[in-house]
Design a protein around this ligand. Sequence first.
Ligand SMILES: Cc1cc2nc3c(=O)[nH]c(=O)nc-3n(C[C@H](O)[C@H](O)[C@H](O)COP(=O)(O)OP(=O)(O)OC[C@H]3O[C@@H](n4cnc5c(N)ncnc54)[C@H](O)[C@@H]3O)c2cc1C
Length: 545
Amino acid sequence: MAVDNRVATNQAPPLVGHNVVLGDLALVEAVERHASREVVEDLAELGAMAGSEEAREHGMLANQYEPELTPFDRYGNRIDEVRFHPSWHWLMERGVGHGLQAAPWVSDSPHAHVRRAAGFMAWSHTEPGHGCPISMTYAAVPALRVDDAIAKEWVPLLASTAYDFGVRPASEKRGALAGMGMTEKQGGSDVRSNVTEARPTAVESEYTLHGHKWFTSAPMNDVFLVLAQASGGLTCFLVPRVLPDGSRNRLDVVRLKDKLGNRSNASSELEFHGTWAQRLGDEGRGVRTIIEMVAATRLDTVLGSTSLMRRAVSEAAWHVAHRSAFGGVLADKPLMQNVIADLAVETEAATALSIRLAAAVDDTEDPHEAAFRRIALPLSKFWVCKRTPMMVAEALECLGGNGYVEESVMPLLFRESPLNSIWEGSGNVNALDVLRALSREPESLNAWIVEVGKARGEDHRLDRAIEGVLEQLADTSDLELRARRLAGQMAATLQGALLVQHAPAAVADAFCATRLGSEYGGTMGMLPRGVDLRGIVERATPHPA
Ligand SMILES: Cc1cc2nc3c(=O)[nH]c(=O)nc-3n(C[C@H](O)[C@H](O)[C@H](O)COP(=O)(O)OP(=O)(O)OC[C@H]3O[C@@H](n4cnc5c(N)ncnc54)[C@H](O)[C@@H]3O)c2cc1C
């Protein structure tokens, strides 16, 4: 019989029409644990939309048609605006509309941050780039609250669920978005090297800025938190795009970065030439002020990486359930089951940790939760973000050659995967921050011990891992050199403790054997014999309605 080349066979259908909240059992269980079933149900509509064909299409288009800088209008006036594809606005409107920006900070719900974290993870399945302005808007609020008047002016707009795009005075907007400018050409991690200068004006708390920023993402946002050197030292400033009198602030967008990934999002180089700024916090306390924003964005790097993992493993599990080779469905091949199960275990661990971290934000009045957050945040940022590129690459390979092709979405996920480990503090910087927390805030170590102690006695590999960390800490020599090893082991042990307490036994067992015990083989797909691979794979496989 002649072969009909117009009809493809043995190809997986697109993964659409599934609910990325309700279909993610690890996420559902974590949200029920740290919030409630009502919160899960509240997110169900968002989950269905995020897994829809329409959302998938908008996610692809927003990346295919990248933002463009428009420095001048048609008459030659300098406008420094960025134009986006309509799909970007479609995504933003829904992300903002579902309260994934600053809404939790003004919510009465005791679980507002868990809800928002789960929603952010789910909605980021659509595409991760537009999460950047949403994250920065979420993160700005705790820093803005250092100044009552500024917070009163801006927080209601940042918390508004109206997406109101465009350069207009705040008084004319139904909602606003925030960004941040810290990184300069000569240094990003070490912001003390900032050279941008802040000169006081005749008006109290008002300055003009002179200098540049080497990276400022989402330059169309309405307001930015910017670091600059005042006479009293490095200081945080509030820089609106439009001045209180309605005229434009001088914010020269020099160019947009040509980035590896994150292509839907605009990341710019800025110059300040007498840019108007309002001091936020005291002179010389810039890092102290903006660190609140940095901490909140660090949470989002963990959530964003977890979302990438979950999307990647969903696509991989879906593909192998529909693709056959060598006489059988790939999902039935023991070695493929081993790979998918290992990817799923990594994702479960990241999910449990992400939602546990978000719960600590809901409960910052509790000293234990505050101390836990202090240590768990850099641990998680280091570990979860670091695991993501390796994990996404492996998921991509599960699709074979199809995974290397843009239409599969896997290249988009892969290009995005290293980013969260770079911005808001690179891997080394976060590992070193763990050491800082341990030395300056010893209660943070106690919080870690209390958390992992909840699972003590449940698994001998976990018990041994806890002892191993404590032994490492007892040796105070060459700590800086060992910071990554320590951070990684503390993070994995914390993940193990969460899984042992809350995940299905097969997931916890596989995790403890390979991440804490001696069975780690160096890459994914080396889970030992005896693990219920089929059960783990089944739990990870999406089931569209
Ligand atoms: C897509 C994208 C968007 C961005 N958006 C923004 C934005 O909106 N606003 C903003 O302010 N910045 C932004 N950044 C910048 C980002 O936050 C910085 O790139 C990051 O903080 C690292 O700073 P750096 O590039 O100057 O690297 P460096 O500080 O030069 O670091 C280079 C390397 O050295 C390591 N390192 C640094 N210090 C130490 C040490 N003491 N010991 C050992 N190793 C060390 C780092 O971990 C890193 O691996 C963005 C970056 C990207 C890629």
